[in-house]
Design a binder for this molecule. Structure first.
Ligand SMILES: [Zn+2]
Length: 280
């Protein structure tokens, strides 16, 4: 759980903090957290990933890293579970599973994940978006804020979401390719859901490793609903963003990972599996 810290600051530090907050749009609290993490050598800009997107595309769904281990490396992120059993949401250091039956539960530390990405989230900037009409519009607005096409970014967003479509895959045995495995996914429609969006933007060059483009999962404030976001509209979104500067990837030692042919482009399959609704 986050701890509250109250300290007295000298005038000059306070003035510099205020000035930086004004110029960056970042809260004083976020700036202090980032400065402390830097000073204490906490690798807050690192991303920790289990397996690769190409392995998921090819149906490698055998869990290999525990949730306990995942939580040691980050407090915000997403992924899936053994046999593609739903969507993972890691928020404020706690791990949740959104399943195809619409249920959400907190996950025990000994559960295994076959694919997940987390960061110790320390945003470097905040932005406010208005009148987000759709997923495509969200991508367009976020694209306008990105300063590079080659960085990986982590996001956390809250605000007034007016509608959202999210999905969770049904459980499928390892070896079922992602397009087949998501063809019978459950799709949920939410009206004015109150909750948090989180996830990543990854560049095209990283498509074998990460899911290129925007990849967001949602968890409601009451922790009762969530999933992988397919579409949304929002009158306002407050976006916190963090640049990832290095990546730690765990290559699974499972039979599935070691024996599967992971060659070939996965962009088309990921596009279908990650962005399409179930009406195909
Ligand atoms: Zn997802």
């Amino acid at each position: 759980m986050p701890r509250e810290l109250r300290i007295q600051l000298p005038d000059d530090i306070w003035a510099a903090l205020s000035a930086r907050s004004q110029s960056s749009g970042q809260s004083v609290g976020s700036l202090v957290k980032a400065a402390l993490a830097e000073a204490l050598d906490i690798a807050h800009r690192s991303m920790f990933q289990v397996s690769t997107s190409s392995a998921v595309v090819h149906g490698v769904y055998e869990g290999c890293v525990s949730i306990a281990e995942l939580r040691r490396h980050g407090d915000l992120g997403l992924g899936t579970f053994d046999d593609l059993d739903g969507e993972m949401i890691v928020l404020d250091g706690r791990c949740y599973q959104a399943r195809a039956d619409g249920s959400v539960r907190e996950v025990a530390d000994d559960v295994l994940t076959p694919f997940a990405t987390v960061v110790a989230f320390v945003p470097h900037a905040t932005h406010r978006l208005s009148d987000v009409a759709s997923w495509a519009d969200l991508a367009r607005q976020l694209d306008g804020l990105r300063t590079s096409d080659n960085d990986i970014l982590a996001y956390r967003m809250t605000g007034d979401i007016t509608s959202m479509v999210a999905r969770a895959p049904c459980r499928h045995a390892s070896g079922t390719d992602i397009v087949t495995a998501t063809a019978d996914q459950a799709v949920f429609t939410f009206t004015a859901p109150s909750g948090t969006l989180l996830g990543f933007w990854s560049p095209e060059y990283a498509e074998q490793l990460a899911i290129a483009g925007y990849h967001l999962h949602f968890l409601s404030d009451d922790r009762r609903s969530g999933g992988h976001v397919l579409d949304l509209a929002a009158s306002r979104l407050d976006v916190e963003v963090q640049v990832v500067s290095d990546i730690h990837v765990v290559l699974p030692d499972t039979e599935g990972f070691l024996r599967t042919d992971l060659g070939g482009s996965v962009a088309e399959a990921l596009d279908v599996a990650e962005h399409e609704r179930s009406d195909r």
